[in-house]
Design a protein around this ligand. Sequence first.
Ligand code: SAM
Length: 300
Amino acid sequence: MKLTNISEVREIMERNGLRFNKQFGQNFLINEAVPRRIAEECGAKPEDGILEIGPGIGTLTRELAARYRKVVAVEIDRNLIPVLGQTLADFDNVTVINDDVMKTDLKALLDEHFPGMRVTVCANLPYYITTPILMKLLESDVFFDNITVMVQKEVAVRLTSLPGSAEYGSITASVGWYGKAEKLFGVSAGSFLPAPKVDSAVVRLSLYDKPPYPVRDEALLFRVIRAAFGQRRKTLLNSMTSFFPELTKNALEEAIVNAGFSSGIRGETLSTEDFAKLTESLYDRLGKPNENDNSTERNE
Ligand code: SAM
């Protein structure tokens, strides 16, 4: 069975009366080297579990099942479930779940299928929902070792860009809180059937066991990041002023300076570590609202 063979993919789809469902972002891999490399470089060890999102007809799933202890693949399209039954029939370490990953209880899934195992996420993600899926994986109360995903090239650039560059944004700084993002390799649009309009790249997020820059209030960190990028052309101070109405401009300026930055700095030049420092400085201010200033009432 060679699921990257174009005629084989077409034949499987026709035999099962299926069409590529655009709404579900179905672009299946037809370049043999790509699923192999994703599986090889995803960062997992042979004894680890793999959570795959969107197995499609099982092309990447087969490469994963051949290398790792157990694979659980969550596929939204119920029409693909019987196909996966056929294409994965020779593996006894794969479980396919028909579900929308955005609705999946990840904790329950890991407890049931991967007890005591380290788990890596591996996926050729549907592009219409890349960021929500990534954020769900990162924000969930379960720990993944790595999240290795195929995404649009532009998203890969964003995820791996450095502070100060045009592509650096709130997603970059937020992801940096959870782990280190690394581009593994680029993938041309011609590697998929049907070919999408854009090129892609595979990114591996190697997740930290615990945050390297501890903060006392994680929600505050993400609020600070959102505020810093909320109004890109403004200075950090001006951008934060509208996001933190409970603090005076003076208090915000003091928090920025106490964190070690100049009051005229722009948010997009701050690394995740810088945002952590700023969060700590702000936390102190929020804990001690300016008693002399009547405008510091909290709007909670
Ligand atoms: N893994 C296959 C491959 O590489 O050839 C297919 C990848 S295709 C880009 C994305 C897959 O994700 C499709 O099979 C699609 O049906 C599935 N999918 C889309 N949205 C989903 C969701 N919310 N939850 C689970 N699977 C989803």
